[in-house]
Design a protein around this ligand. Structure first.
Ligand SMILES: [Zn+2]
Length: 95
């Protein structure tokens, strides 16, 4: 995939809508050491990560159906999901 390594920006797939986008235009979620899912603002935190569009619809899809637990290989609690949903609701909508 990354054959021309200096010419392409890294890309990732949104776990909700499955669109492939530039990594920097997606928000990374990471499983912290205690198993809690967190927003990784730096994009560099160690741990299993998953990417989502900065779109409320994508977050709701993943959080309401709890697909995040699967993506991060952990059990994301409903409190945890609520916190994440709050995060995206506090972001200005891009589109
Ligand atoms: Zn998406």
């Amino acid at each position: 995939m990354m054959r021309l390594k200096n010419r392409h920006l890294p890309q990732r797939t949104c776990i909700a809508c499955r669109q492939i986008k530039e990594k920097r235009s997606l928000i990374r979620l990471v499983r912290a050491e205690n198993g809690v899912a967190q927003v990784d603002i730096s994009g560099k935190q160690p741990g299993r990560g998953a990417y989502l569009c900065p779109s409320r619809a994508c977050w709701e899809l993943v959080l309401k159906k709890d697909r995040l637990s699967y993506a991060l290989r952990t059990k994301v609690s409903s409190d945890n999901r609520q916190t994440l949903l709050q995060y995206i609701c506090d972001q200005p909508e891009e589109n």
